[in-house]
Design a protein around this ligand. Sequence first.
Ligand code: BG6
Length: 512
Amino acid sequence: MTAQASTFAAAPVSDSAPDPCTIVIFGASGDLTARKLMPALYNLALDGRLPPRLAVVCYARTKWSNDAFREEARKNVEKYSRRPIDPDVWDSFASNLFYSYGGYDDPEGHDRLNEKLREVEAERGIGSNRLYYLAVPPTTFVDIIEQLGRARSQGATGEGWSRLIVEKPFGVDLASARELNRVVHSVFSEDDVYRIDHYLGKETVQNILVFRFANSILEPIWNRHHVDHVQITVSESLGVGRRGSYYDGSGALRDMLQNHIMQLLSLIAMEPPLAIDGHSVRNEKVKVLNAVRLFEDDEVALATARGQYGPGWVAGEEVPAYHDEEGVPGGSQTETFAALRLFVDSWRWAGVPFYLRTGKRMATRRSEIAIQFKPVPHSMFAGRGGILQPNTLVIRLQPEEYIQLLVMAKEPGLDREGLRLREVPLNLSLDAEFAGTRRRIAYERLLLDLIEGDQTLFVRRDEVEAQWAWIDAIRAGWDANDVKPKHYPSGSWGPSAAIALTERDGVTWQDD
Ligand code: BG6
């Protein structure tokens, strides 16, 4: 890597109309562009949400013309967009799509791309503000960033601002994430780097911030004095599908826990930020991530459970074992399920266990956070037969969107045989409450934030490094103690070790 003398010009956060700009997408022929980016951009165009002077220049190895690429993009939007194509909107959207081909490490290809960018920018009079989107496999990140650095040092990138957008995985461990950050920072300053965690683009995830910090009744009880423990579950009913060869090098810990679940944890456990902006919110999140107690090697076997799905039935369909999936090597020891108990060593959370779990081919698809409050200090109903459950607050992120507070109520009756008490939900259904509001996919929101230069929902360097430090400690513990994944039947809630993990503390997973 050639060290660059200067980084790109800093991008201002606009508080009015966004600047004209060009989105440069590396990985034009990939899955992410086809399934998410093009449909999201088109849907924003349909709603008139894209800046009037915006071009999208895509780059990949395939030798397409502009027209051939537009045709390809149309097919993908037809297939993956939630709304059908409106021919007039499409024509105007497609007239802003361009294509340039070349290898990711090929200087000639990048020179051709820069030439194309200059042409498009000059023709449209949109200046040289650029968003460079790495929608490519991580093995090509460094090559592309080096080429961007080269173009920059040759003055081929113009005077406008430049932002770099990086998809996950951002490294495979702390050392590789640090090295990637070093390369990124040799060309871009952190204020211009946008690391995507698509969970932060989800409406319900953003709602955690509003729910916690726009309602005064929660703060007094959101701490170790009132909370017994917290559970975070992200279960999927799907298997690895055709991503077996990627997934086998990753596993549940790195694929889901390092990023999405750690982000959920940080939003649940963070202190109130001063404002909703990139600095304030991320400062508070990173404090939580740094306060997560690292595992000692010998704790790992008891504080974690590791699983791999075997054959079974999911939603009435017979499904194969993980090791029989396409691209998965026989005898694979990669986990498709991980559960663990951690502690956040902070004033607010001292001594409160957080139980996290995620897995593929589980009983159902569900992302949920459950805050279990402490029991009442003395039950006046005990002598009358009433059994009390402590209150639980359930934040269901997907597939349904709701917040429920489980509270005790008396069953109607004369109570001659004793009091019957029942746990009933106080229910806020976000689906029903906002039924008339169109749901956006995460990428629509994230793309607009990128164009406007708002970093709040993107992961900062110190966050990603803190997340990896913690994951590395778990992996080291698994290696040191030879913790292998235990098989669990597809369609279940994971291996029995996951149940034992909570039962040892007298806690039951929230499974209904
Ligand atoms: C991705 C993981 O980041 O998130 C996938 O690589 C996983 O393995 C997906 O299936 C889950 O995302 P969502 O939005 O469907 O919950």
